[in-house]
Design a protein around this ligand. Structure first.
Ligand SMILES: Cc1cc2nc3c(=O)[nH]c(=O)nc-3n(C[C@H](O)[C@H](O)[C@H](O)COP(=O)(O)O)c2cc1C
Length: 363
């Protein structure tokens, strides 16, 4: 079932953009975890739309309600269900274009797969809005991992052709990474951030959109988590990250660039510091043999430009099977990268928590 993910902590995501509500049921959470609702709310607000000119005008508070699995401020260990009510829909924006399929969106494949029964309004179940429940579940996972001392973070590596400087993957400043979540634009260097902001505004003025790259990090993770082959850290992280709408590429450590180096430059050489084995470089992004090696996990996710743009584009009216043009007039982000950063962190946190619960059950 495509709406269900996970082995040890299982999440089931449901809802449509213009339905009554969207939500998630989380199964397998340990009992007795005291939840910090302000912490979860901050993560939700980082993703929520309508906060500035870089985002869609659809104003949704993304206020969550917990329906089950939570009692006296703590998880009960039974399925925890949370919903976010939809309140700011404008379904008429979609009535006019319901049979005119948006290039690069899920309209056409969804229509074929579901025999035309899919809720097309606002992209239905294909909408980026369905990532709100993912962020809710991920915030819980992130919180549980933080209690274990593991930090999950993310920042914008690039927007269109504007690139942030490379991080030193061996010495990452934890406080800088933690501080990013309080920024309107989740970047490390605010000057580069301003250039990225201009690129987003310029695309918006042109009725167009831009994409970019998000870099995700897992800090202070012990060695030994993961497995070789099919359940490697890279495979399971990629499964979760590729589930995010708009993700078109993933790489770990130096990623594709590592193929240009000789072994002598690519290898992460070891040294010992006290009781700990470390590496001088971190070109493998903290994972070797599918298992964490104790260095920070580093990965990058490429997000495509927002499909819905107001510039005219060629397409097909599937009710008449005629060629036509589309100019999408609804409320859409000229760039989804900044809002997708907490979504990427959420997918990462859920994956790492899933590995942890597996380890705890085996031990
Ligand atoms: C946080 C977030 C917000 C999004 N907002 C929009 C949007 O406003 N308009 C749009 O056309 N696509 C938006 N998307 C992207 C589409 O949902 C996505 O491109 C579509 O479902 C097709 O999936 P694919 O790109 O993975 O093939 C958003 C994605 C995310 C993660």
């Amino acid at each position: 079932m495509s709406g269900i993910w996970g082995k040890n902590v299982k999440i089931s995501i449901f809802g449509e953009s213009h339905g009554v509500a969207i939500g998630v049921t989380i199964d397998g959470l340990p009992a007795g975890i005291e939840l910090d609702l302000d912490y979860i709310n901050l993560e939700m607000q980082r993703r929520a739309p309508g906060k500035n000119k870089m985002s869609t005008a659809r104003k949704e508070g993304d206020q969550f309600e917990i329906l089950s699995g939570y009692f006296n401020g703590k998880t009960t260990g039974t399925p925890l269900c949370s919903i976010i009510r939809n309140s700011n829909q404008r379904s008429r924006d979609y009535d006019k274009i319901k049979s005119i399929i948006r290039p690069s969106h899920g309209d056409y494949p969804g229509h074929i797969k579901y025999d035309g029964h899919n809720d097309y309004r606002g992209g239905g179940h294909f909408s980026g809005r369905i990532t709100a429940p993912l962020v809710f579940a991920g915030a819980l996972a992130k919180y549980i991992l933080e209690e274990k001392g593991i930090i999950i973070g993310g920042h914008i590596k690039s927007i269109e052709n504007i690139e942030a400087e490379n991080l030193d993957y061996v010495n990452i400043d934890k406080e800088v990474i933690k501080g990013i979540k309080h920024k309107e634009l989740p970047v490390i260097n605010d000057e580069t951030g301003e250039k990225m902001r201009s690129a987003i505004h310029s695309a918006k003025e042109d009725g167009d959109s831009v994409g970019g790259i998000i870099e995700g990090l897992v800090l202070d993770i012990d060695p030994g988590l993961g497995a070789p082959f099919f359940d490697s850290i890279e495979s399971r992280l990629s499964h979760a990250l590729f589930s995010i709408p708009g993700v078109k590429g993933i790489e770990f450590g130096l990623g594709f660039e590592i193929s240009k180096l000789r072994g002598s430059k690519a290898n992460d050489e070891y040294y010992v510091e006290g009781e700990t084995i470390k590496t001088y470089s971190n070109n493998n992004g903290g994972v070797t043999g599918g298992i964490t090696n104790g260095m920070p996990i580093i990965f990058r996710v490429a997000m495509k430009p927002t499909p819905s743009i107001s510039k005219p584009q060629r397409t097909v009216d599937i009710s008449t099977m005629e060629n036509t043009e589309i100019e999408v007039r609804g409320r859409h982000d000229p760039c989804i990268v900044q809002r997708a950063v907490p979504v990427v962190e959420a997918a990462c946190a859920l994956t790492i928590l899933d590995f942890f619960l597996e380890k705890e059950r085996v031990e």
